[in-house]
Design a protein around this ligand. Structure first.
Ligand code: KG4
Ligand code: ZN
Length: 362
């Protein structure tokens, strides 16, 4: 079973091709991020227009990578999957309409993919025909605990089986990746904030500032907006100003050392918030595997704190995370999900009517 997956929920136009839910054949990603940097975040209209421009070349590049010697590479594709939610409406439309058209023209079954589930399924890839992919050696075991952390999502779910899962909790306000992005803006680091904050944090003192961890009534709920506000107040204080001082003028007054210490202290606290909940969930559900999914799974401090956590536990779950290129948005994760949807007889979509769902839940 070979599936082609299309992902256009945000600013990446991405197409992946995966065999049997385990082997990576192609993973082409074209990002419009350079066009958004000047605005400090993704501009939906620019993202959608960029998807239209590049989607067909990206599909063709993926087919060429997977089947370089094949005259008719479509003959090798058994099914198509496309992300239909959650995400930006205009962006999702481009991917879904492309997938619908291809499904009709090439006469292939079409599977509708939930973006967040796709992130989780990226962890099932164990083999790569492409160079430079560091993949786990075995697939995750059920029950599987999944920490899903990206620019749009922060949630913890427990999977009894591939499509039998319970959402334990999610964020009540900002996603953790969003908090990284907003903190970066305050302290004057480039967008996207995840990579730039963690790079600055390497030079900073993570113990320098004490920042708050939200205390919530619900065991598995997350909150990051208070932490972001605490960083804003701390930065204002560090430059000798009060809470009325405009956030966009803070960065230029911070010293490099102050900036790096704030980045490190913020990162340690944000990541600890995640790891504390994972600790609780491991105690309650005793999972065979713990997987981290989504863009923030690329964060080295998260990986470090989780490794430390599983070392402390008596019969710990195996800790799985995939190559960084498969943590951020990509088409291979959607293709992997498609393989399992086909194998487990999940319903296909009507290529004449599949619509998008920008606020799709897990
Ligand atoms: O999964 P993703 O590519 O897109 C969404 O579905 O949101 O995640 C993007 C998010 C951004 O907020 C980015 O700042 C964050 O992931 N991110 C990171 C790192 N790399 C990307 N956050 C923390 N540390 C990183 N190394
Ligand atoms: Zn994502």
């Amino acid at each position: 079973m070979i599936v082609l997956g299309i992902e256009t929920s945000c600013d990446e136009t991405a197409v992946g091709i995966v065999q049997d839910g385990s082997t990576l054949l192609a993973n082409e990603v074209s990002s419009s991020i350079d066009l958004h940097v000047a605005y400090g975040g993704v501009v939906p209209e620019i993202a959608a227009r960029s998807h239209i421009e590049v989607i067909i070349p990206v599909v063709e590049a993926a087919l060429k990578t997977a089947f370089p010697d094949e005259q008719n590479p479509w003959d090798r594709i058994d099914a198509i999957t496309a992300t239909y939610g959650a995400g930006l409406g205009g962006s999702l439309l481009v991917g879904v309409l492309t997938a619908r058209t291809l499904a009709i023209l090439k006469n292939k079954p079409l599977f509708p993919a939930n973006h967040v589930l796709g992130h989780v399924f990226a962890n099932f890839l164990t083999e790569s025909k492409l160079p430079n992919y560091a993949l786990p050696t075995r697939q995750p075991q059920f029950p599987m605990l999944a920490l899903i952390v990206s620019g749009g999502h922060t949630q913890l779910a427990v999977f009894k089986d591939f499509f039998d899962y319970t959402l334990l909790g999610k964020t009540r306000d900002d996603a953790v990746g969003e908090a990284f992005d907003k903190v970066a803006k305050i302290i004057g680091l480039p967008y996207p904030g995840g990579p730039s904050v963690s790079a600055a944090a390497v030079n900073g003192d993570a113990q320098k500032y004490r920042l708050p961890i939200a205390k919530l009534d619900s065991k598995y709920e997350f909150s990051f907006s208070g932490l972001k506000t605490a960083v804003l107040r701390l930065a204002q204080e560090q430059i000798g100003q009060d809470f009325t001082f405009p956030s966009y003028r803070i960065a230029e007054r911070l010293s490099e050392a102050q900036r790096d210490d704030i980045a490190a202290s913020f990162q340690r606290t944000a990541i600890k918030t995640l790891v504390d909940k994972v600790d609780l969930a491991i105690a309650e559900f005793n999972p065979g595997s713990l997987v981290i999914a989504g863009g923030v799974a690329a964060n080295q401090e998260l990986r470090r704190q989780l490794r430390e956590l599983v070392q402390r536990i008596d019969s710990p779950p195996s800790l799985e995370y995939t190559d960084i290129k498969l943590c951020t948005d990509n088409g291979a994760m959607i293709a992997t999900l498609g393989c399992f949807m086909a194998e487990k007889n999940q319903p296909t979509a009507d290529p004449y009517s599949l619509s998008i769902d920008p606020s799709l839940k897990m």
